[in-house]
Design a protein around this ligand. Structure first.
Ligand SMILES: *Cc1c(COP(=O)(O)O)cnc(C)c1O
Length: 361
């Protein structure tokens, strides 16, 4: 048996052992082809099956109605930060953005290079420790879209629900919580996510986009950066990140095998309840850093009584087999990332470790 730790890394992040073993088993000879998926043509029948199955699994797991195109691009979620305004921020239009921390700030920075941007809500007044209330949000008639970041990986906040934006397309960066819990995903005109948190290895970004958005794509930008170019060619306009897509397919099958989003949500809820419960029961020692109604299920941020103790916590946790707990360099402290593939046993072990650490320190 390989030595495996409980991997709390924020991304790239832990993957289910069963999936890794499946990849290993099929690695040298994928289904009798005598070659690895890595070596095979993206036009071959075997890859076609991977591509189409992955798309239909997304459709099924997210309960998407007809009218969405789903595809896979390279460039990471960050390239979507630029592609969205390039495609949809036509002259005279405004991109509305909610600023909830580092990743939203980056999307805003990119959009400002392309066109008009209106930051319609922000949590920067309180160091991004909460999700602004968007229930009464007013968007101007010239609004091309509203962009939100569903889970703020660095700050540890997460939307618990999403606003109704009427005719204004709602676009969401779901990089760090896609397929972690249920929502009405048909609310969104576009969802995108880099794979390396909850979906698979780095290198592929999933794009889920309503067909009518494709008709709005600018026609004066490079073809390779135009959503319509990719969608019109069934997202095989150029070579997709084939091997990462194959791993994503196995992850989606793993989610489906557990009972889909409802089942995954149940486990994720139990994991986050356990860790937040441990923080709250020991609030004289562990201090959660975000407002309670905005707490992320995926990335739990906390502080200890001193930076010294935080360093010691990280080192001793690592020695005990709990790896990747250091907070982002911009905020410090501890960050516990509880993505889908982090097993319940990992959360249970960490909760016990937290109790013991407090007692001994
Ligand atoms: C990690 C992350 C990104 C950046 O993804 P890349 O694939 O590195 O470009 C963007 N948004 C969120 C919410 C993230 O967590």
């Amino acid at each position: 048996m390989a030595h495996r730790v409980f991997n709390f890394n924020p991304g790239p992040a832990t993957l289910p052992l069963e999936v890794l073993e499946k990849v290993q088993g099929e690695f040298l000879d994928y289904r009798g082809t005598g070659m690895s998926v890595m070596e095979s043509s993206h036009r071959a029948a075997e890859y076609n099956e991977i591509h189409n199955t992955t798309i239909s699994l997304f459709r099924e797991l997210l309960s998407l109605k007809d009218g969405y195109k789903i595809g896979f691009l390279g460039g990471g979620a960050s390239s979507q930060f630029a592609m969205i305004p390039m495609n949809f921020l036509a002259a005279g239009k405004t991109g509305a953005y909610v600023d909830t921390g580092a990743w939203s700030a980056k999307t805003i920075k990119e959009a400002k290079r392309i066109g008009n941007v209106d930051v319609v809500a922000s949590s920067t007044d309180k160091n991004n420790t909460y999700i602004p209330d968007l229930s009464g949000i007013k968007l101007g008639a010239d609004t091309a879209y509203l962009h939100v970041t569903s889970n703020n990986t660095i700050f540890g906040t997460q939307y618990q629900s999403f606003p109704d934006t009427g005719d204004v397309p709602l676009i969401c960066d779901m990089s760090s919580d896609i397929l972690s819990r249920r929502h009405d995903f048909n609310k969104f005109a576009m969802i995108y996510a880099g794979a390396q948190k909850n979906l698979g290895p780095a290198g592929v970004t999933v794009v889920i986009i309503r067909e009518e958005m494709l008709e709005k794509c600018a026609d004066n930008i490079p073809l390779v950066f135009t959503y319509k170019t990719h969608a019109d060619k069934d997202w095989l306009y150029n070579t997709p990140p084939a091997f990462p897509v194959y791993v994503v397919k196995l992850i989606l099958e793993w989610i489906k095998g557990q009972g889909g989003l409802q089942a995954v949500e149940k486990v994720n809820m139990a994991k986050k309840d356990l860790i937040y419960g441990t923080i709250d029961a020991n609030s004289d020692y562990y201090r959660g850093t975000v407002r309670e109604d905005s707490r992320s299920w995926m990335n739990i941020t906390m502080r200890l009584p001193s930076e010294e103790l935080e360093k010691k916590f990280i080192a001793e946790a690592k020695a005990a087999g709990f790896v990747g707990l250091k907070g982002h360099r911009s905020v410090g402290g501890i960050r516990v990332s509880l993505y889908n593939a982090l097993p319940m046993a990992g959360a249970e072990g960490l909760a016990k470790f937290m109790e013991a650490f407090k007692k001994n320190n």
